[in-house]
Design a binder for this molecule. Structure first.
Ligand SMILES: [Zn+2]
Length: 477
């Protein structure tokens, strides 16, 4: 409020020049809702307290959930960072928005023709800022469009703040807040808090936190000890996972605390989700990229503004990360610049002035979730992935059924009944031919199986990009 008053006074004192350059924003109502979008990298829903985890990882999110709609059946579109984030920001499946791999012989950048949450809210008069914690969420993948401030910490003027990546070593790396291609959540939130304090409303802030992704940057020793992990750096990657989630939760708490302290909490839409989960040994894989539930089922909390008419609660309908684009615009009362595949989440009351949308895949039958992993086409797919998963994988979920089509070797296809078999242990590909053929038919009709491979030479690896990806543990094939 103070900032706005100051600005108004400045405008009165030097009216002509200030109004001339600030006319666009001044035309918009400063009381329109703010939006805070937090994406937690590599965070499994089943490691979060309000999703049933007893490990004490998320006191902040558990409190936030009491004022939010908590979605119990939310799906990502991919198990890798840039592809999932492109879906969150555009409301489109990967085969629609075009960013389908980390790097390789198919496109890895979000197409410039697609509006994003950044462009739509900026064009609507919101002040836009993104604060990301790692290279895979950076401008390199086309995720920066629309953000007046894009603070990735890995490029341009911020590069100097990052030390050279030390040689990889075993154990946990203590006492660092940033290395070449990623930074710890506290460093990112410091930047976001500065930005929040420096400007007026309405704002759209996207904060991306990377802590649970790997064991390169770990929380301070006191947090490790709280979870029984040795504070001397001798712990393992898996031991670091819960303390990393706890540390990230604490950083989200700093954001929530700042909004409350500045009186903006009630008028801020807060969305917290993850881009994907983590294998942690399930289905023979410790990291992410595959399409099993531990990697594709995501947590999702949506706290509307106090007056929006949406009540806190639990929603068990199937939803997708692509639904966030139309939902956030609806809650903010912003224009939908384009029809998207995603639709406004169930349980959300729209602010007057926004329109709904419906996509092609959703309109031809019951609502589905879709995800993909084009593993042989991605330079950074690990050669250590389980052999049967070395394929172009396309997932569709409809009702209780989940099908994973293996495009290269279709006979390796998988079909699970998620209610009877939540651990995806019993493949019913052979025993349920009718379900299988119906879901395969939907995948084909959606256009999801169409993959455009670049011509020779277009897929040459940029050495700087390769160095960054390697420092994050991605190993080129
Ligand atoms: Zn990620």
């Amino acid at each position: 409020m103070l900032n706005r008053t100051k600005l108004l006074m400045a405008a009165v004192l030097v009216a002509a020049p200030i109004l001339a350059c600030g006319a666009e924003r001044a035309a918009h109502d400063p009381d329109r809702p703010n939006v805070l979008l937090v994406t937690m990298d590599t965070t499994r829903a089943d490691r979060i307290g309000c999703y049933g985890y007893a490990g004490g990882t998320t006191p902040v999110l558990d409190r936030l959930a009491l004022e939010s709609i908590r979605y119990t059946r939310a799906f990502s579109t991919a198990g890798i960072t840039p592809v999932a984030h492109a879906s969150i920001l555009t409301g489109l499946f990967p085969y629609q928005h075009g960013a389908r791999v980390m790097f390789g012989s198919v496109e890895h950048r979000l197409g410039e023709e697609h509006p994003t949450l950044g462009t739509a809210l900026r064009d609507g008069g919101w002040r836009t800022g993104a604060f990301v914690s790692a290279y895979p969420a950076s401008e390199e993948f086309g995720l920066g469009r629309g953000f007046e401030t894009f603070d990735s910490g890995v490029r341009d003027e911020l590069r100097d703040e990052f030390r050279e990546t030390p040689p990889r070593r075993e154990g946990l790396w203590l006492d660092q807040t940033s290395v070449d291609a990623q930074r710890r959540g506290d460093a990112t939130v410091d930047r976001a808090l500065d930005w929040l304090a420096a400007g007026d409303a309405p704002f759209f802030a996207w904060v991306h936190l990377f802590d649970p992704h790997d064991h390169t940057l770990v929380p301070p020793a006191a947090v490790l000890e709280r979870f029984g992990v040795p504070a001397d750096g001798s712990g393992t990657r898996d031991q670091a996972y819960d303390p990393e989630i706890y540390f990230m939760d604490q950083q989200i708490g700093r954001l929530v605390g700042a909004l409350k302290a500045s009186g903006r909490y009630d008028n801020t839409v807060i969305v917290v989700t993850s881009d994907h989960g983590q294998g942690l040994g399930d289905h023979g894989w410790f990291q992410h990229r595959l399409l099993y539930q531990e990697q594709i089922h995501i947590p999702l909390l949506v706290k509307p503004v106090k007056t929006a008419g949406s009540n806190p609660g639990v929603e068990s309908a199937l939803v997708r990360n692509i639904d966030l684009f139309p939902t956030i615009l609806a809650l903010a009362g912003a224009e939908h610049p384009v029809e998207t595949e995603g639709s406004v989440l169930p349980g959300i009351a729209e602010v007057a002035g926004s329109a709904g949308s419906a996509g092609s895949a959703g309109s031809t039958g019951p609502r589905i979730a879709y995800a993909e992993a084009l593993i042989p086409l991605d330079t950074y797919s690990s050669p250590r992935l389980p052999k049967q998963q070395w394929d172009n994988l396309h997932m569709i979920v409809e009702g209780p059924w989940k099908l994973i089509h293996h495009a290269v070797t279709p006979s390796n296809g998988e079909l699970y009944h998620l209610e009877d078999d939540p651990g995806e242990a019993r493949n019913r590909w052979e025993s349920e031919p009718e379900v299988r053929e119906r879901l395969l038919g939907r995948l084909r009709a959606m256009g999801a199986l169409h993959v455009v491979v670049k011509s020779e030479g277009e897929g040459t690896v940029d050495p700087e990009a390769e160095r960054k990806l390697r420092s994050l543990g991605y190993i080129g094939g």
